[in-house]
Design a binder for this molecule. Structure first.
Ligand SMILES: [Zn+2]
Length: 608
């Protein structure tokens, strides 16, 4: 026993010495990382803005409305949440959420909603359970169920015409094998007009023109569906893991945007890609292997030669373990500096690159190099590691080698994402995460993360999920055509393509990158994650309102944080007539307005 104990002690002492040897005399970080308690989101915070916005008439605050907030912000539809039906009916487009019935709305409210479409309004009802509204929506009966799995759009219908890809036409959303946890839905029976049907034939979305207005009944809760995707709890409805098209949430968002733009003739919506482009491409590289840091310079030189910035996620591997030998120490400074000199973004890829990161404990927030000594013993066992340790110690070491830099972005090894990651990232100063796949998130757009990947509190961190990676077969160099086909699908609605290439080799991987860049260079926006993150988080804070002014429209854009390259989709037939900022750079591609750097409140005048 004694011999075993001594051997173990020597082994750990050796490891500790080696860890210390990577950066002699260095220790830190000195400051504590504090994980804040969640601050529950409050619907009243969204009860602002003009009557040109989409109104959400919230009939039950104890619902998945936060998912709607995340989704509508992501697709760029301005909205206001209210519980006052009179306020809601001052808007031209009203989404009643999460349910319409006599239990949640009184007789006056129900009558006013019934009359709304005939007066030119657009009424979108979620889970229309009763209240005598079936006539206005045009159905006979309802059929609740947890057995349905998917819905199918009728692409002959105007609002569904855009969904002509098979992955858009059919939208899976629930896994009945989950039993009581499967997503419930309401099928509408005997509907006059049907935009989409469930797999059992009942209507999933009814559509009816009423005079100059429209009435749509939704048979499933889009807020709940969005939260399911954003929180990575998709329960097996995604049709692929990565490298494929999975637009379940995006189709719903495009549909809601189309309903809004159809019903509100002064609608101004925010595009998702900077500079008015139709696709955002983020090139990223994970450095989690000995020679990768050296190869990274070749990728970076090529990217810089094209005037591009990419993101390099670096594993700060200072402990020898089952995974690999030490490859991050004082001598890594030259390689890191080379990336910095080429203006690349450097992010963290954790310390241990553990497959059990998603199961680690949160940690104390006081983990420090060199005492923090995570040890990967096997595929399934990592010792002495914590979420906060992985985040704060890796940041500390990279910033030690790159003085003056403050890391913004993180990606875990093997995309293992613990539930506490959003709040742990926030506590350790990260703002942007690329920790999941787009397919598992059911979206090809960025989104704001929630605390604990749950439904009640937002986190300050935004997620940019991975679209293309280099580990599935066939090898990356043989996958250019499918990648470009995916780029075409995403371009139709301003999707994002985050490309992950490990620089463990050059060969077919660098070749893939070069051919991808040449094919997309002119039509897509390219940037590092911190650039798209800065744009996206500033865009998230924007308030956009439109008010009529005689025959013209006054468009007000309030930007609490500066951003450049915001693209706005204008109301049909309108163009820019004037602005209150003569120095503002503006370009006007057809139907759009692309703004240079903005900050504060800006007023623009639109005319036909
Ligand atoms: Zn990795």
């Amino acid at each position: 026993m004694a011999i075993v104990a001594v051997t173990v002690a020597v082994y750990f002492l050796y490891g500790a010495l080696r860890a210390d040897a990577a950066f002699p005399g260095l220790s830190g970080p000195a400051t504590h990382s504090l994980v804040q308690a969640p601050v529950p989101a409050n619907w009243q915070d969204y009860d602002t803005g003009g009557s040109g916005r989409l109104a959400i008439l919230l009939t039950d605050p104890d619902s998945a409305w936060l998912g709607l907030v995340q989704g509508l912000k992501s697709i760029g539809v301005p909205f206001r949440i209210t519980r006052d039906w009179r306020q809601a009916l001052r808007h031209r487009v009203v989404l009643v959420y999460p349910t319409i019935s006599g239990k949640v709305l009184d007789g006056d409210a129900l009558k006013a909603l019934v009359d709304f479409p005939a007066s030119g309004g657009t009424l979108i009802g979620t889970h229309v359970e009763g209240g005598g509204l079936n006539l206005v929506f045009g159905f006979r009966d309802i059929q609740p169920s947890r057995e349905r799995r998917s819905m199918n759009f009728d692409t002959q219908q105007r609002l569904a015409q855009a969904f002509d890809d098979p992955h858009e036409r059919t939208i899976p959303y629930s896994n009945p094998a989950q039993g009581a946890l499967a997503m419930g839905s309401l099928g509408y029976i005997g509907a006059d007009g049907v935009l989409a049907r469930f797999d059992d034939g009942s209507a999933a979305i009814t559509a009816r023109q009423v005079g100059a207005g429209h009435a749509y009944a939704l048979g499933l809760d889009p807020g709940f569906l969005f939260l399911t995707g954003y929180n990575n709890r998709e329960q097996g409805v995604s049709r692929s893991y990565v490298n494929g098209y999975e637009p379940i949430i995006d189709v719903w968002l495009r549909l809601l945007k189309a309903m809004y733009r159809q019903g509100e003739p002064t609608a101004v919506t925010l595009d998702t890609v900077p500079q008015g482009k139709d696709l955002a491409v983020v090139l990223t590289h994970d450095i989690d292997y000995g020679s990768s840091l050296k190869n990274a310079a070749d990728y970076a030189r090529y990217e810089a030669s094209q005037g591009l910035r990419a993101t390099y996620f670096i594993q700060t591997k200072y402990v020898r373990d089952w995974n690999d030998d030490i490859f991050f120490d004082q001598s890594s400074q030259k390689s890191l500096q080379a990336l910095g000199d080429l203006h690349m973004e450097v992010g963290s890829h954790s310390v241990a690159h553990s497959r059990t990161f998603n199961r680690m404990s949160l940690g104390t927030g006081d983990e420090q190099y060199p005492g923090y000594h995570p040890f990967v013993r096997s595929k399934d066992v990592t010792e002495n590691a914590s979420i906060l340790g992985e985040l704060r110690v890796s940041r500390f070491l990279i910033e030690h080698l790159l003085p003056g830099q403050h890391l913004a972005s993180f990606r875990p090894g093997h995309l293992r994402s613990p539930y506490a990651l959003p709040q742990a990232l926030e506590a350790t100063g990260y703002r942007y995460s690329s920790s999941v796949t787009a397919n598992n998130s059911l979206t090809h757009l960025p989104f704001q993360l929630t605390y604990g990947r749950e439904a009640t509190a937002l986190s300050g961190v935004f997620e940019f999920p991975v679209t293309i990676e280099d580990e599935e077969e066939p090898r990356l160099g043989d996958r250019l055509q499918p990648a470009l086909a995916l780029a075409d699908q995403l371009s139709r609605y301003g999707g994002m393509m985050v490309v992950l290439i490990h620089p463990n080799i050059l060969d077919h991987k660098l070749d893939f990158e070069q051919r991808l860049v040449s094919a997309l260079r002119t039509r897509a926006w390219f940037g590092a994650l911190d650039q798209l993150g800065d744009f996206w988080s500033a865009r998230d804070r924007l308030a956009v309102d439109v008010a009529p002014e005689g025959t013209r429209l006054r468009l007000t854009v309030k930007a609490p944080s500066a951003l450049s390259g915001l693209s706005l989709q204008l109301p049909a037939g309108y163009h820019l007539a004037a602005t209150d900022r003569p120095e503002l750079e503006v370009s006007t591609p057809p139907g759009k307005l692309v703004l240079g750097r903005i900050e504060g409140s800006i007023s623009l005048t639109l005319e036909k």
